[in-house]
Write a protein that binds this ligand. Structure first.
Ligand code: CMC
Length: 389
């Protein structure tokens, strides 16, 4: 078929230009809008970083205050949307609940669905940023059989989210500043990562001029898989299985190397990073700090460190340039904060939301955008006659 090249997994094909995030996988460099991730993680907040990603420059103090205020004003969910949560089975995975509820947002906010009216795009942006954490917290509350709390808009973005997850009507809830700071840092580290599977999904769906809620809901579903965002949950299951089985870490690594079916070192390897993932470095620091500050000792962190040490000195992993990725240590931290394992990928989704929005908006305003429509190489039967009956 003429000029068509076959590129499974888009290993060599750029589907777009973008000025949001820069990655150098060989050197382990990640920058948002030119700023190194290490400096952002040290100095910025989640919402300031969101603004940077979405609008391209750092906000002034008043722009940031205004953005924060607007998001606080939109945290309430429509009361009817809350009925959704009781319609799901109690053991529903919160990622499925999240994507369904985000998809449903487009039915409640038909006034902000236009993709060509900048004011409506702005309104959808604010609504998504404000409501996604609330939906996520309600999915959590539902799974543990507790009442939903209303948001408290006097609290910051992260503190409000923590209270919605861990507060109850029975007792006053005080946010632990160690947890709040660490969660904010983790969310910042997840905010964007150029054309990963979920962001590419958001762009592909958005390229049909589908609204932002529909596009982001599709992105959440792409993130769900264990090879993408679902890896943070899969890492914890893997560490738990190693602990429970009593198998040595070395033995588990052997099984990975022998490519036993279904056995991979979850949280290791990356399509782009062929050197240490710069985010993983920062997450590992946080894991030590947070567990120490909370006074938590977790055997799973010891197992993770041992796994890393063994893998990094093993030729199998060296030859394939497999290093820990962002998901390797996050689960241990989320667990110490009190989140159930099934919420881990939901936390990734909240972190990634500003990136999805930034890419949707970039795609939507780039005059070069065309509907995404990959080619295929047909390898099926040649033309043949259907039997006459
Ligand atoms: N454990 C064991 N072997 C691995 C792993 C791993 N985690 N990752 C890659 N390999 C091997 C793979 O078997 C192959 O070996 P060989 O050449 O002998 O066949 C080689 O390394 C290349 O792997 P690949 O699957 O072709 O690489 P890819 O770029 O298509 O996949 C990946 C990237 C992230 C899907 C993969 O490394 C993986 O499955 N990792 C585990 C899941 C994970 O941690 N995902 C999170 C990614 S980072 C953040 C995010 O998106 O959430």
């Amino acid at each position: 078929t003429g000029l068509t090249t076959l590129d499974y997994g888009f290993v060599n094909t750029a589907a777009t230009r973008s000025s949001i995030t820069y990655i150098d996988g060989e050197q382990g460099i990640l920058r948002y809008r030119g700023y190194p991730i290490e400096q952002i993680a040290q100095n910025s907040s989640f919402l300031e970083t969101a603004w940077l990603l979405i609008y391209g420059e750092l906000p002034s103090a008043s722009e940031l205050a205004d953005f924060d205020e607007k998001i606080r004003r939109h945290t309430l969910l429509h009361e009817d949307l809350k009925h959704f949560f009781s319609a799901f089975p109690r053991n529903a995975h919160p990622m499925s609940v999240l994507s369904s509820a985000v998809s449903a947002l487009s039915t409640f906010y038909e006034d902000s669905l236009s993709v060509s009216d900048p004011e409506q795009v702005e309104l959808s942006t604010v609504r998504l940023l404000a409501k996604l954490p609330v939906i996520a917290a309600y999915a959590h509350k539902k799974s543990i059989g507790q009442a939903f709390l209303y948001p408290d808009n006097s609290l910051s973005f992260v503190d409000n989210f923590l209270r919605l997850n861990f507060g109850t009507y029975a007792e006053p809830y005080e946010v632990n500043p160690v947890v709040s700071k660490a969660l904010e840092r983790l969310l910042i580290l997840h905010e964007d990562h150029e054309q990963n599977a979920s962001t590419s999904t958001v762009r592909l769906v958005g390229s049909t001029q589908a609204n932002m809620f529909a596009s982001v809901s599709a992105g959440i579903n792409a993130l769900y898989g264990p090879l993408h965002g679902g890896a943070n949950e899969a890492v914890l299951s893997m560490l738990g299985q190693i602990k429970e089985s009593g198998e040595s870490v070395q033995k588990y690594v052997e099984r990975v190397k022998n490519k036993e079916e279904g056995v991979r070192l979850m949280g290791f390897g990356h399509r782009v990073y062929k050197n240490y993932d710069p985010r993983a470095k920062l997450v590992k620091e946080s894991a030590d700090e947070v567990l120490a500050a909370l006074g938590v000792h977790d055997d799973l962190l010891d197992i993770a460190k041992e796994l890393e040490q063994i893998a990094l000195s093993d030729d199998y992993f060296k030859e394939r340039k497999l290093y820990p990725n962002v998901d390797f240590y996050t689960g241990v931290i989320y667990k110490a904060m009190g989140f159930p394992t099934r919420m881990f990928t939901v936390l990734f989704a909240i972190g990634r939301l500003p990136g999805w929005i930034a890419h949707w908006r970039e795609m939507n305003t780039d005059p070069a955008t065309k509907i995404g429509r990959p080619q295929q190489l047909y390898v099926g039967s040649p033309a043949r006659d259907f039997p006459t009956r």
